[in-house]
Structures are given as structure tokens and as C-alpha cells.
Design a protein around this ligand. Sequence first.
Ligand code: ADP
Ligand code: MG
Length: 691
Amino acid sequence: MPADKPLTDLQGVGPRVAQRLGGLGIHAIGDLLFHLPLRYEDRTRLYPIGGLRPGERALVEGVVEHAALVRARRAMLVVVLSDGTGRITLRFFHFRAHQRQQFSRGTRVRCFGEVRAGYQGLEMVHPSYARLAPGRDVPLADRLTPVYPSTEGIGQATWIRLTDQALAALRDGQLDLEELLPGAMMRNLRLPTLAEALDYIHRPPPAADVAALTSREHPAQQRLAMEELLAHNVSMQRLHRQQRERSAQPISAAGQLERAFVDALPFELTAAQRRVSEEIFRDLSASRPMLRLLHGDVGSGKTVVAALAALRVAGSDLQVAIVAPTELLAEQHLRVFTDWLAPLGIDPVWLTSKVTGKPRQAALDAIGGPAQVVIGTHALMQEGVRFRQLGLVIVDEQHRFGVHQRMSLLEKSQAGQQQAHQLIMTATPIPRTLAMTAYAGLEVSVIDELPQGRLPVTTAAISNQRRPEVVQRVAAACGEGAQAYWVCTLVEESDAIQAQAAEAVAEELRKQLRDISIGLVHGRMKAADKHEVMARFEAGALQLLVATTVIEVGVDVPNASLMIIENAERLGLAQLHQLRGRVGRGARQSSCVLLYTPPLGDLARQRLDILRQTNDGFRIAEKDLELRGPGEVLGTRQTGALQFRVADLARDAHLLRRIPPVAESLLKHHPQQVDKLVRRWVGDASRYMGV
Ligand code: ADP
Ligand code: MG
């Protein structure tokens, strides 16, 4: 039976169940087997009731001594069971009338549940149970009992019934689930076959290492994780290889513009910036499109490198598009690039969805004609935008776009047979593990050095109860000529509510800090007003800037050396690191105060601790990955890309180094296997890859 046979071919699956399973991404019989148990219960042996301890989950068997309906605040069915070694009370808060009759005195009952210490000795609340007919011996389970993650309307018994059928078909060789890992890899790593692994995971023997299974570190699960990671790796690589096979316009000579630009910079490029620029230039000079990921920590100076690449391309009479995920970030780029490029005679063209009417037409005309550098949001990817000849696309903050969005931009950017070069920048350092999956097949450049003279920011976590001290600290810093940010954060609230909160804080601080000039920016202000406040802060006319997280990216005021972040406990690591990156840009020793409202949850404490311990964006990103998972780190959770079913990039990082040689050989010699792997593991997410 083919593994993609519909679920309704199984006994007990009608359209309703099929629909519910579909909601979990389970559409075919094969999919059922990749829906792995969350944990396991040991129902292979009976525990004497007298030896039970609270907290244990155990199977017991006994005779009903007594059953009664007890009316406390709520009706409750109470059953007392004895097996000769002791007594245990079963409590049911939800029950049907007939259940009471089931527990007549003397009935043999086998039940499984968590043992608790109750008022009258041990008890189990809502155990699962079965009545045993008198005199009949019912065998115990010979495998551990899996507990599946589920959805409303599908109970554990259903999962077991369905997986039983799928596993039976698998054992009889009737379910055609092909082995896709190459034989050499399986032998080298002594991995179980796919069929063995699935059988073990769904129905482990009693002696199985349950701890390893529960944490998904058992070889049977690692086997699947390996296959999944391999599938993601080859699917991304194949996508990028396909692109690289197209031709591109080679761009080599350094022009006049580039030299003039470097000469005018008020600083020397760092060694890392020079090295990375050379890597980019080498790619640009090839007749295949560049596909390069540029990453480096906050403040490492990626923008200058992007500008150098842009100038080289613009200098060869090809166009450059710079795309950012938000208006604000795009505006920052517009400002910076205009400052840098206008003196060289290049005026960047601006296009977002908010540019309408005549200005839009003018922008579109320029893009189809003389424009050299175009800056904007994803509006640049829309219909109706035609470039004269696009040579380079620079995508900032790639992780906020889905992979498919980037691809659609590329499709647009294709001018005739030639594809534009691509430089993908990300402000979030990407852990090596993620780079090997989400970005597999991209060349990577890392700026691993900060400009000289930067002092590490010192970070403290302070309870909101000590807010007055923090206010005093702001007063002291501003008194010494420094500038400060006070960031008001609210998670997932509307712009309007964020703005209100920031206004209230600005009001409060204005009352307490009468000698200090305070400005306010938030997302609800008109662009012109926002710019005015920012300009005054940059010029030093404002000492304290109260802001919402609109200032998270791009803002660059080197004299600012104190950052206060409110409600820091509610923010993710990446965002906190970005915000903190707004200080520590000048010669002054900078500090960051993470204001939190106690009590701190465990996760929040871990986040604040790691920030206090390190300024290293890579370490922070690794930790972030561990705490949140890759979908969140990459911001792709909503787009559904990079959701792993089995693998966990933090836990399974050690598997990744096995992957490149195997991926290489599959891509080279076994393209059909690659198709099948991708279909099995990447599934829907691969729809944008069907180039
Ligand atoms: P990011 O990598 O976070 O995008 P930016 O490109 O915004 O960093 O650079 C951060 C700040 O450092 C900017 O003010 C930029 O002008 C400055 N900068 C960049 N390169 C250097 C350098 N080599 N020496 C000194 N300052 C630099
Ligand atoms: Mg930047």
C-alpha cells in the first residue's frame, strides 16, 4: 500500500476524523507514522498498591470495595479499589451515569494514572481504566504505551488504533515507506532502518530507555532527526544551486565612485569589513549570480559593506535594489545611503506602498530608466515595478522575510536571461546550526570584529521597585553630557496602546527630571514629526529619548550611552540584544538597564541572565535558539517554513556535521532521492521551490 494512501482507507477514519487529522498536517497513512509520541507509559507490569508512591504513574489492578456519588461543591464519583496490599481511591469529576454502575462491588478493575496523596491516602484522578471479566486473564501490554500529541476530538485510543494499523502494514512490508538515507551513512553511524526506527518509537519494548525516548535522544529518533535535517539541507541547497546555474552580469573593476566613497568615510574600514568586501567583489565578478549571506553582530558595520557593493554595481551602470522588511528600517537606509551617495551624484529612489499618485509614477519611471539605487520595502517586489537592468539585490534583515518572499523578488529581478546578484544581510547573528539548514547553499560572510575603540556595554537587570534609582541614574548620565534612551515595550499590543504607554512614561519622567530635555517617538507619530525628534536627539538638543521599540533597528547616535528597557522580561533575546545595540557606539562606557516587574519566570530569568553575562550576539543567538526554537529565531513561524517535526536544532546540533558530505553526494548522484526526501519532510514548505 502506498504511504500516501488517504487516511480514510483505515478502519475508524471517516471524513470528520480525517479532517481533524488534516489540521495536524496528517493527510496520508505514511504521515501518521511521522506523528511521534510525546511520552510513554509503562503498562507492561502491575504495581502492588501498597508500594505506590505519590508522583508515580502506574498500572494497578484491584477489586472494587466501594463506589459512591459524593456531592461536594460538584458531584464526583469516588471508587475505592483494593488489591490485598493496599487501597487506592479513584476520583472522577466528569462521568456519565452508567459509569457508576460499572463499579459495582467486587468488580475487577485495571487502571493507570498518576498517584497522588489525598485526604484518605493514595488516589488517582481520572485514571484510564478497564474492567476485567471474572476469571479471565487479560494479558498485560508487551510494549510501552505511547501518548500522542493530539487535537480536540481525537483521544489516545484512536491514535493507538490508527497507528496500530499503519504499523501492521509497515511490518508486513505492505506500506511502502522507502528507505532514503544512503546505506553508507546508515552503516557508519549504525543507524536503525526507517521501519525499525518507527516501530521502536511508536511501540518501544518494556526495557527501552524511556528517559532517552522522552527527550528524543534515542538512536531511533535521532535517525529520523538526521533524515529531517538532511531533507531541509538538500532542499535549500537545491534551490540555491538552481539559481546559481543561471547567468549573471559579471562586475569587476572598482570605479571612481568607490574610491571617492572610501576616501570620504570618517573612519578606516576594519579588517573584517575589508575581507568581507573582497569576498563580495569576487562573487560579483563571476558570471553566475552571487548568493551571499552577510552577517555580523549589531554595530559591526554591515551597512558600509553593503554600500561598497552597491557602488561597484551602480558604477557599472547596473541598478541596485535595497529592500528592508519595515518602512522604518527602509527609511533608515534611505537616510544613510542618501548621506553617503548624494555627494557622489547618486540620488536613491524611494518606493514603498505609501508612495502613491504622481510620486509613485515618477519612482516607477526612474526605476525603469535612470535610477541607479532604489530603496524600499517589499513594495519593490510587486507587479508593475520594472527595472531597467537590475544587477544587485540587497535584502536586509532577511530573517523577517520568508524564503519565498526573497524568491519572488528574484523572479522579478530577472532581467532577460540574467539574474541579479544577491546580498542577504541579517542583523541577527545566525547560529551555525541554523545557517546549515535555513541558509544551506548560500555563501556566508561574517563580520566578526567590531570597529575599534568600542567598549562592551555593561548590563544590569533591576526590579521595577527600584525605578527611582534608575531615574536618578538617567539624571546623572545626562548631567555628564551623555544621552539616554528609555524604551517602553509592550508585547503584541497595538501601536495605539504602545504610544499611550510611551506618552505616560514621558510624562512621568518629565515631572521627575525637570532639568533634562526629553523627546518622545512612537509609531503613531507623523513621519515628519518623528524625523524632527530624531534629528534633535542626534544633534544633542534632546538628552533623553523616550521611545517605543520603533528604535530597535538602525538608529545610530554614538553619544548615547545609557539604555533603559522597560518590561525587559517580556521581550525575546534577539530584540533585547538589538535594542541594547543602540548604545556602545561611541567612546563612552555605555550601560543598559533591563527593568523588570517581579516575579520573574524561569525563562525570563534565563534571558536576562544571558544578557548580563555576554554581549556576544552569536552566543545570545545560540541561547535564543535553545529557548525558543528556529521558527521564532528566524521569524518564520508564521510562514510555516522551517518547522521541524522531529529535529531540534539545539538538541541535535551534533548531527549537523554529518550532513554536508551526504547532502553533497545525494545532490550529485541521486536527484530522485532528493525529491522524495524533500516531499517527505519539507512538504508544503517546498511549494515555493518548484522552480
Ligand atoms: P550594523 O552592522 O548593526 O548594521 P552599522 O552598519 O549601522 O552596523 O554600523 C554601526 C555604526 O558603526 C555606524 O555608525 C557606522 O557608521 C559605524 N562604523 C561602521 N564601520 C566602522 C568602522 N570601521 N570604524 C568606525 N565606525 C564604523
Ligand atoms: Mg544595520
